[in-house]
Write a protein that binds this ligand. Structure first.
Ligand code: B1M
Length: 598
């Protein structure tokens, strides 16, 4: 639907004009338009269009969240009137992100799309326990329980919700809809869900079908949005984890692959790789999350023994103690050097700021920049670098976008970025000045490379528009890279999610190595377009392959990465051992890439 064929109210929702949307809804009500007409003729079409634009990447998260907020402004007026007139919603949904998982942006979008689709939605938030879902189903007489998860390790929790619904005798009264990056229609069937949807719009389509009780999936629903009927579920071929003794024992067996004695040092090997100077081996690096050390300590130690890393991060030696309270990787709260309080739900992984320090960009005087981080001891760092043959990365990692999120809160920041106020831009400039100072101090040490990061992708798209990214963030990264290069060092960046749109820019500003979720993108396309121009610093898919594949499949995936990205250099064998990953798969990845490169 074109914007000019929408009503004024629908158009204002689409443009994210909250106040205007409320005024137009008020005017329509005052003119006698029934609230159900406003819902069906203005709000539902507006959110339909917003959802399709988001999926076709004409809209980005800030745009969609602004539309959702504008829709809510109008809906807020309508809801009591609809109830008074006993107008029933399309259906009643309780929604939440399951226990242990705090990724709630996708869930919020799905909730907004369902509301915009005429459903009454009770949002239970994030970290929702099975009993809470069940109680809410009973309390709200829900037709649908909708669960979101972004972590592989959250899938069993979804299954626990289904079991709880069975236990309390509610399973037959409610349809179960699931979604989120680690899910597929097959895993949804395995969980015992009735339907799976990959996006907000398809969630609305599947939810409608659930209410209508259709037996088949209408053609308007994307193929991947599946209503899993019980018999359909049984006939689905579900990839079973390979638990054969052979695969389980791989990590326990020491298979250290020796490099030839003539091989250069790790430091030189990494430099050859970054500079496309025909390294004899692929350099390697394991990212070992505390989760893996807690869940698989022996296997993790074995992998580290078998495949010693070529890249290491220098420990931070500061003469002034850097403030902070608690442990970033333990359940509970952790206060970082900036004073941001993280709430953590699980041991071994990080949490998120839920009560941000910045309530208004105009009032940021109280934000304390941790200048203690500038007091690094260059002599100790020099000693460390001299004592190792490994390639040494700096012990700091500027993250301007994520720091803004931590200070302001994720969703609020996205809304701000929809129309960035001058005060936000001013604060970003101050933040950048601090990072420049910090990177410059590190650039004057003996480390080999500087790092910075920001997660810029969701599963299938970049999080903000490329134009805005180029205006606000690319220039910052360009300066970080320039500092590294001016001091004879390489620049490394990490960014999760789908970021294909930004890679040409990162190459243009001279980034040496990029760690990204290449499996969220098209691996072969990345190789064709960017191979030989930048080093791909890993990685192997942690959402599906590392937790679900077997070592043979892992070895094939590793070879695929090498053949796509290695062009006389340009590929580092890096993978992350984090939540849900199987140790034998991490081992198999390094084993597959340990020999001499042809
Ligand atoms: Co996290 N994170 N994260 N993270 N994070 C992922 C999910 C990850 C894929 C990145 C990666 O690989 N490195 C990875 C999971 C890997 C795995 O499971 N094996 C990951 C990890 C590992 C982690 C931590 C463990 C990190 C650590 O400790 N080192 C940690 C876990 C904390 C916890 O949950 N307990 C963590 C933390 C965080 C932040 C707090 C920093 C932040 C979350 C902010 C928030 O949500 N409040 C965050 C972010 C931002 C991401 C990425 C970069 C982006 C997620 C996002 O916001 N997408 C993500 C990378 C990626 O996605 N590839 C990543 C935007 C959103 C609109 O999309 O959520 O996909 P999405 O929702 C979509 C669809 O999925 C679908 O529709 C939505 C709209 O289109 N959908 C449904 C979602 N729910 C649905 C329900 C439905 C139907 C459709 O029906 C009910």
């Amino acid at each position: 639907m074109k914007e000019d064929s929408l009503s004024d109210l629908a158009g204002s929702v689409l443009r994210g004009q909250a106040e205007r949307s409320r005024e137009l809804a008020e005017a329509a009500l005052a003119a006698g338009t029934p609230p159900e007409r406003i819902l069906s003729d203005d709000l539902i079409p507006a959110m339909d269009v917003a959802g399709s634009r988001f999926e076709s990447r004409e809209f980005f998260l800030p745009d969609l969240l602004l539309s959702a907020r504008a829709m809510h402004e109008a809906l807020f007026l309508l809801t009591p009137l609809l109830a008074k007139r006993e107008i029933q919603p399309v259906g009643r949904v309780v929604i939440g992100t399951v226990a242990g998982d705090l990724h709630d942006i996708g869930k919020n979008i799905v909730a907004a799309m369902l509301e915009g689709g005429g459903f009454a939605v009770h949002d239970l938030g994030y970290d929702v326990a099975p009993e809470v879902f069940a109680q809410a189903v009973r309390q709200h007489s829900a037709d649908i329980v909708a669960m979101s998860a972004l972590l592989t390790t959250s899938r069993p929790v979804m299954q626990a919700v289904v079991t709880e619904l069975e236990r309390v005798g509610l399973r037959d009264q409610v349809s179960v809809l699931v979604g989120g990056a680690p899910l597929t229609d097959a895993s949804a069937a395995e969980i015992g869900a009735d339907g799976y949807a990959p996006t907000g719009s398809s969630a609305v389509a599947v939810a409608r079908q659930m209410i209508e009780g259709h037996e088949t999936v209408p053609t308007s629903v994307p193929d991947s949005a599946i209503v899993v009927k019980p018999d359909h579920a049984a006939s689905k071929s579900v990839t079973q984890p390979n638990t054969s003794v052979a695969s389980r024992s791989t990590a326990a067996r020491s298979v250290a692959v020796q490099r030839s004695p003539a091989a250069v040092t790790s430091r030189e090997l990494v430099k050859q790789t970054l500079e496309f100077r025909k390294p004899a081996y692929l350099p390697r690096q394991l990212w070992l999350l505390p989760w893996a050390q807690q869940h698989h300590p022996e296997e993790a130690a074995q992998i580290e023994r078998d495949f010693p890393p070529d890249i290491v991060t220098v420990p931070v030696f500061c003469s002034e103690p850097v403030p902070g309270q608690g442990n970033a990787h333990s359940i509970g709260t952790f206060v970082d050097a900036w004073g941001c309080t993280f709430h953590n739900l699980q041991d071994g992984i990080i949490g998120e700021v839920k009560e941000p320090l910045v309530t208004d960009w105009a009032g940021t005087k109280h934000v304390r920049f941790p200048r203690e981080k500038l007091t690094i001891d260059k002599t100790q760092i020099a000693d460390f670098c001299r004592a190792t043959e490994q390639y040494v990365l700096a012990g700091t990692c500027p993250r301007p976008f994520e720091r803004l999120q931590f200070l302001r809160g994720t969703e609020r920041l996205y809304l701000d970025l929809g129309r960035p106020p001058q005060a936000l831009r001013d604060f970003l400039a101050r933040l950048h000045a601090f990072y420049i100072e910090e990177l410059t101090v590190w650039a004057q040490t003996d480390v080999d490379g500087l790092t910075f990061m920001d997660d810029w992708g969701s599963q299938h798209a970049v999080l903000i528009s490329p134009d805005l990214w180029r205006e606000l963030f690319k220039p910052l990264y360009a300066e970080y890279i320039a500092i590294a290069h001016a001091h004879g060092k390489h620049a490394f960046m990490h960014s999760d999610g789908y970021i294909t749109d930004f890679i040409p820019d990162l190459i243009e500003i001279g980034l040496d190595a990029l760690n990204s979720q290449v499996f969220c993108m098209d691996v072969e396309e990345l190789g064709k377009r960017f191979g030989g121009q930048i080093t791909f610093w890993g990685e192997l898919d942690r959402q599906h392959l590392l937790p679900n594949a077997d070592p043979v499949e892992i070895a094939a995936a590793a070879q695929r990465l090498k053949s796509v990205f290695h062009h006389d250099g340009g590929f580092i064998a890096q993978c992350e051992f984090g939540p849900g990953a199987r140790p034998e798969n991490v081992h198999a990845f390094f084993a597959a890439l340990a020999g001499e490169v042809d």
